[in-house]
Ligand binder design. Structure first.
Ligand SMILES: [Zn+2]
Ligand SMILES: [Zn+2]
Length: 327
């Protein structure tokens, strides 16, 4: 998996790339505007070009824009739906300008109109957006919901229903958020459960449609339907609960973005979460370690601990000037 994080852009787009690389990100997700606003200032072509170049500089970063939170592409209310579709088309345009790989968005909520109607309205919204950009290159990535209220697409089956209704597999995909999966009652924390989860992916979306992950631990229990992110290893998924997913070779080229809580250390907190996930790639607790005979190693010695993260921790990760909560 291409491990990375959601990075704020309050210091500029190129600075976000620099900050992401600074903490060892192989992928970054950004907002192209404030997620609490319907519209944002236009992106200047120079800024977009500079961002593209910064992303492309080797090693190339995998990238995504996360859509704002106000839109509801499945709304039963005509005014709200029109507004949401306009905002979404604008966001697709911004993502195209930035040249990102994917545009992650929350599909929507039916607000009482029913699951079937809601899913159909979302599919129509997506068709409209795709038709507005016939030459578009950015994949529209539906994010699985935690299942709070009437939110749609908390199951692989509902995601698949929308994908099938739109029927444009070359321009669509899915982002799976680990916190939302657990909240929606989907378990993947043991090797066996992970295997069953992958079988369900194959039986619904097909693995090729899974284009990104959000790697968040969950504050709440399996099936809570609550969207509360926690730092890696500190929640109900636990560090070991990420092992099968993060180490699975089928996702080698798939970005996995952290959206975990930050503290006053800023992105150094992300670096810690990335380090925890990378420790899973280099340490294998199922195989007994070949320790030399003798007294047990002292805590903190090379042989006592888990393997070191693949990348060195940054010396001075910059604290972001404004950190937004990502859902
Ligand atoms: Zn969330
Ligand atoms: Zn999201």
């Amino acid at each position: 998996m291409l491990l990375g994080a959601h990075i704020g852009t309050s210091d500029g787009l190129v600075e976000a790339v620099r900050q992401g690389r600074g903490i060892g990100c192989e992928s970054i997700q950004i907002f192209s505007k404030s997620p609490q606003m319907w519209a944002g200032p236009p992106i200047q072509p120079d800024a977009a070009t500079a961002f593209r170049e910064a992303v492309r500089a080797p090693p190339r970063l995998a990238t995504a824009v996360h859509h704002g939170y106000l839109a509801n592409l499945g709304s039963p209310k005509a005014f709200m739906l029109r507004r949401s579709r306009t905002a979404f088309r604008d966001e697709v345009g911004r993502a195209e300008l930035l040249g990102v790989d994917g545009l992650v968005f929350h599909p929507g909520a039916h607000l009482g109109s029913g699951v079937e109607t809601g899913l159909r309205v979302i599919a129509e919204s997506l068709r409209g957006a795709l038709e507005a950009f016939p030459e578009g290159k950015v994949r529209l990535l539906l994010e699985n919901a935690a299942g709070q209220g009437t939110a749609l697409c908390s199951t692989l089956e509902e995601l698949q229903t929308v994908l099938a209704l739109v029927d444009r597999p070359e321009r669509l995909g899915v982002t799976l958020d680990t916190c939302h999966l657990l909240a929606a009652g989907v378990d993947f924390r043991t090797e066996e459960e992970y295997g069953a989860f992958c079988d369900r992916i194959d039986a619904t979306l097909g693995r090729a449609m899974v284009r990104a992950f959000h790697l968040n631990d969950a504050k709440e229990e399996l099936g809570s339907h609550l969207d509360r992110h926690e730092n890696i290893g500190k929640g109900k998924i636990g560090l070991e609960g990420f092992r099968s997913l993060v180490g699975d070779p089928r996702w080698t080229e798939t970005p996995g973005f952290l959206e975990t809580p930050l503290d006053d250390r800023g992105y150094a907190r992300y670096a810690e979460d990335l380090g925890a996930l990378r420790s899973l790639l280099t340490a294998a607790p199922h195989v007994p370690p070949q320790l030399p005979r003798g007294p047990p190693p002292a805590p903190g010695s090379r042989t006592a601990g888990r393997a070191r993260p693949a990348r060195p921790a940054p010396r001075n990760p910059r604290r972001p000037t404004a950190v937004r909560t990502v859902k």
